[in-house]
Design a protein around this ligand. Sequence first.
Ligand code: HEM
Ligand SMILES: *[C@@H]1O[C@H](CO)[C@@H](O)[C@H](O)[C@H]1NC(C)=O
Length: 319
Amino acid sequence: MSSPFSMNLFTVFILLLLGSSYAQLSTDFYSKSCPNVFSAVRAAVQSAIAREKRIGASLLRLHFHDCFVNGCDGSILLDDIGSFIGEKNALPNRNSARGFDVVDNIKSAVERVCPGVVSCADALTIAARDSVVILGGPTWNVKLGRRDARTASQSAANTNIPPPTSNLPNLISSFQAQGLSARDMVALSGAHTIGLARCTSFRNRIYNETNIAATFARTRQGNCPRTPGTGDNNLAPLDLQTPTTFDNNYYKNLIVQSGLLHSDQQLFNGGSTDFQVRSYSNNPSTFNADFVAAMIKMGDIRPLTGSNGEIRRNCRRTN
Ligand code: HEM
Ligand SMILES: *[C@@H]1O[C@H](CO)[C@@H](O)[C@H](O)[C@H]1NC(C)=O
């Protein structure tokens, strides 16, 4: 006999499931509450890139560094304020992560069209997609519905975001720890088709490594002095051919031993991922398809949904 009591228990169970573990992101999350979110973000990203092309790369990287630390929850955007310690001064971010002022502009534009509705985490996800598209890469529908964290973790940022000194097994395991495969890792690394790196991130490679093209090493040495502490912040393009265009040249560089970072060249160094680098270097549409699939997977990392977290008014601080 199905008593009202067992019925209620069942209903409660289903509601709990829906409310927590089964809360899902969706592409139409704001279709009623903020249909103009896409045009607002897009215009702000477009004008930022018109001022400085590199900013597209910086926004894409912020989304990556957000997602790898307790999920895509806007945690990287929180400032260190008083006793609150955020992620901006974690090693992978300090003197390196940038674009926070542009995220503020994007959030302001979104607040103007629908106040209090769109999370910073979602705005950053859309901005990362728009950056790729504006710089000539593929497009896709972003999944939305993330909410913003009230916490951040400097230590998790230090632990979870792989350093440029990583070897191939390190890279594979740090992506595996986020539920991403080795194949996803190689595809997402194609993001290094845009943007710049500091001398301190590649100095050891251009002076000490042997799996590097000699002319390329010499070129990079020209603006990155050997002595640590000198010219540490001098910049060089991650993709020596087309640093402001999203294409597959990153992989072509790897094949001729012209990856800038030690970690880049690890993807083509006689190991298990060589075949994938070759495939992407010959076939931009395969790269684009895999990059899109992996970006969607990365955007799905442990989001706060439902009534967890909050919709931050200011991306730099909790409400
Ligand atoms: C595979 C492991 C990865 C490592 C070890 C790595 C490491 C780095 C390093 C060291 C820099 C230069 C930072 C500096 O010198 O200031 C950099 C820049 C960059 N990274 Fe990665 N990265 C990885 C994966 C990714 C992924 C998955 C994305 C995005 C999907 C990404 C996007 C970028 C972009 C766009 C830049 C240039 C940023 C700018 O110019 O402001 N990276 N990365
Ligand atoms: C090259 O390697 C040596 C030995 O590990 C190290 O002491 C030196 O700092 C490295 N040089 C650069 C420019 O990183």
